[in-house]
Design a binder for this molecule. Structure first.
Ligand SMILES: [Zn+2]
Length: 355
């Protein structure tokens, strides 16, 4: 059993509000300025600013049961028993080692310090902790961090630390990380931070990422493209489940959403230009766009979007159409005029933004 006083004595946490240094004693972090405090809950630091809502795709009681089961039979078997029947794709997404392979594209040393912000069940955190010196798995859902902690102990990964909190209120000092990861979370930020304008909520989160990054550190941002060909074809939006909603002007999407879902449209995705703009506004100096294919949640290829010749090579030699519709598509995409436009219509973006 680890001694928590020892583990957190030399902590680097700051106040999620005022960013001042926190005091630590008796399993409690406290801010001398704000007079707020944050507890250690069974060894995990809990820096959530608002704790009213459970966040997850599955009901809270079920996930509580899963965690209990992990303690009894081990994480691996418990996870398999729990998801392979009810949600096999979800299970794969938790244990898929390929999902972090984009990290070869970031110039990082082995002693890099990484923040996996909104880490979910931690597939990227585990992969990166096996390569780099220090990884923080950061999420708003305590149960997932509990799972990561159990798996971390069983895999003997002492350089991986699960921390609970909100991305818009990071408890880390300025210039602390070499890499910050936003993998499929930016679009959900406005839903979590429901009291402010969706765009401003996302801008705030990106500014927090820039703040905790070292000079010349990188943000890895994976998100769906607002102008994805999938949206134009009328498939349901992955977040709001509303067809065509991302393509509409925001105010129209909002009306549409209020009529159909009885709530605001807050799950903002962005076009190529908008994404570039918001990153600049948040303080990033340089952006490189890639397209993870078929999607960032599970990709086999990651295609650089800055040179048409790469896209051409992919369409000619790597893409294997599986049906007539895909054959048709690959023929269309080969036309030079269309080829020049593909980067604006790819399904997802993987973006490396340098501070
Ligand atoms: Zn404070």
């Amino acid at each position: 059993m680890e001694n928590l006083e020892d583990k957190f004595r030399d902590h680097k946490f700051v106040c999620p509000g005022c960013k001042g240094k926190l005091d630590y004693s008796n399993d409690l972090f406290s801010c001398p300025q704000c007079k707020n405090s944050w507890p250690l809950v069974e060894g995990l630091a809990d820096f959530r600013v608002s704790k009213d809502k459970y966040w997850g795709e599955h009901p809270e009681e079920e996930i509580d049961r899963l965690i209990l089961r992990c303690k009894q039979v081990g994480w691996s078997q418990a996870l398999r028993d729990f998801f392979t029947v009810s949600d096999p794709e979800y299970y794969d997404s938790i244990i898929d080692k390929m999902r972090a392979n984009w990290h070869f594209l970031v110039p990082l040393d082995k002693d890099a310090r990484i923040l996996d912000a909104g880490c979910g069940w931690g597939p990227l955190s585990f992969e990166l902790a096996s390569v780099y010196k220090e990884v923080i798995a950061f999420d708003i859902t305590m149960q997932r961090l509990r799972f990561i902690d159990l798996r971390r102990v069983s895999e003997d990964l002492n350089n991986l630390t699960p921390v609970c909190g909100q991305v818009n209120h990071l408890p880390f000092p300025d210039g602390h990380f070499d890499l910050v990861i936003f993998n499929g979370i930016l679009e959900w930020i406005p839903v979590m931070e429901s009291k402010i304008n969706p765009y401003l909520a996302q801008l705030q989160a990106l500014k927090e990422a820039a703040r905790v990054l070292k000079k010349s550190g990188y943000l890895y941002l994976a998100i769906e493209n607002r102008w994805s060909v999938i949206n134009f074809l009328g498939f349901k939006d992955a977040h709001s489940h509303l067809r065509f909603a991302p393509l509409l002007p925001r105010f129209l999407a909002d009306i549409y959403s209020r009529v159909v879902r009885k709530k605001d449209f807050r799950e903002y995705t962005h076009t190529y230009w908008q994404q570039e703009k918001i990153l600049k506004e948040a303080g990033f100096s340089e952006t490189k766009f890639y397209s993870p294919l078929p999607a960032y949640r599970r990709f086999q290829f990651i295609l650089p979007l800055n040179r048409v010749s790469r896209t051409k090579f992919f369409v000619r030699h790597l893409f294997r159409p599986r049906d007539n519709l895909q054959v048709f598509f690959s023929r269309i995409i080969r036309l030079p005029f269309v080829l020049n436009l593909t980067k604006y219509f790819v399904p997802d973006f993987s973006i490396f933004a340098k501070k």
